[in-house]
Design a protein around this ligand. Structure first.
Ligand SMILES: Cc1cc2nc3c(=O)[nH]c(=O)nc-3n(C[C@H](O)[C@H](O)[C@H](O)COP(=O)(O)O)c2cc1C
Length: 316
């Protein structure tokens, strides 16, 4: 039987399937066995209490949903006291995502989260498009990313994962900046800044106007980003976007991801995470793959010319 374990820096995950932050909680244990997952990933926490964004916070589109939840939460103190112990009952490592609108708060969050042995990983959500009205965030720019991750790195010895934004013009430069600043892993990607306008009253469908689009239709775009970033950095990557089946996990791993995160698929079917792990095992066993980690970056494209002009000049 295939060995599904993967390494993310010093951390070993029992399999490459993890939930995505914000679309998961320990309460999923009522429907699936959380001990089967590669990791547990908590909803992004901020330093302060936040109400979140005005309603409506979610709207359907032809292909997926746009949402603008706005990071509601009771603040870091409540989180450490009440939420971390809920997750600590389970075996997979706990990844805690955190967010702020200034570097000082990001660094303080890294320091605070590092105090708990139950927190395995600090994930810097520098890419939330719904924190404010503009959709702006640190991951839009390599300079802001570098400064923010450097400041967090100084405050934590825990693995520091950095979630990037698909809305950045040049994600590869932002990814390289995060790596240089000390990130241990890149999480690619957060949601796509988007807008829906109601035709009955001419108003934006979401209370915060803009929202983040999630849809299986986005998978090829995020896959392309993972592929490009994997060619430019040495640290591991977790691919997140539109994963709905085991073949999607395989695709992300071939493109260079060491693991994946899953949000939307588990909304449609709460047991999806475990089904995907089981199907991945079957997929590998059917092909005699001994270790799933062999798939990482194994896309066969060495013979393919990346330069379009050179490729075109070769003719068909
Ligand atoms: C309702 C909802 C809430 C989310 N909240 C967060 C969050 O708190 N922090 C975060 O980093 N990403 C958040 N995300 C983004 C997801 O983690 C993930 O990046 C995105 O949904 C793409 O993955 P998917 O196609 O598997 O859903 C949220 C997504 C949804 C749908």
């Amino acid at each position: 039987m295939v060995d599904l374990s993967v390494r993310i820096g010093d951390l070993t995950l029992q399999n490459p399937v993890t939930p995505a932050s914000g679309s998961f909680s320990w309460e999923y244990n009522d429907v699936i066995d959380l001990n089967r997952l590669g990791a547990l990933v908590a909803k992004t926490i901020c330093r302060e209490f936040r109400w979140g964004n005005p309603t409506p916070r979610m709207a359907e589109t032809e292909a997926g949903i746009i949402q603008s939840i706005g990071l509601p939460g009771k603040g870091i103190e409540y989180f450490m006291e009440h939420i971390v112990p809920e997750y600590a009952r389970f075996k997979p490592p706990l990844v805690v995502s955190c967010s702020a609108d200034n570097i000082e708060d990001f660094a303080a969050l890294a320091e605070e989260l590092s105090k708990s042995d139950d927190v395995a990983v600090v994930e810097a959500n520098i890419s939330c498009p719904t924190r404010n009205l503009t959709g702006q965030n640190f991951a839009m720019h390599e300079g802001y990313t570098r400064d923010c991750i450097q400041a967090m790195r100084e405050k934590t010895k825990k693995p520091l994962w950095v979630k990037l934004s698909p809305n950045a013009g040049d994600m590869v430069s932002v990814a390289m900046a995060a790596e240089e600043a000390g990130a241990d892993c890149l999480v690619i990607a957060n949601t796509f800044l988007s807008l829906k306008i109601r035709t009955d009253n001419f108003r934006p469908a979401l209370g915060n106007k803009f929202g983040g689009l999630v849809s299986p239709a986005l998978k090829p775009i995020v896959l392309r980003m993972v592929y490009q970033v994997a060619k430019a950095v040495k640290i591991p990557i977790i691919g997140i976007g539109g994963v709905t089946c085991a073949e999607d996990v395989v695709e992300y791993m071939l493109a260079g991801a060491s693991a994946v995160g899953i949000g939307y698929a588990a909304f449609r079917n709460p047991t999806a995470l475990v089904t995907i792990i089981e199907d991945l095992e079957k997929w590998c066993d059917a092909r005699g793959i001994k270790k799933v980690s062999e798939l990482i970056g194994a896309v066969k494209d060495d013979d393919m010319e990346l330069d379009t002009l050179v490729a075109a000049s070769k003719g068909v």
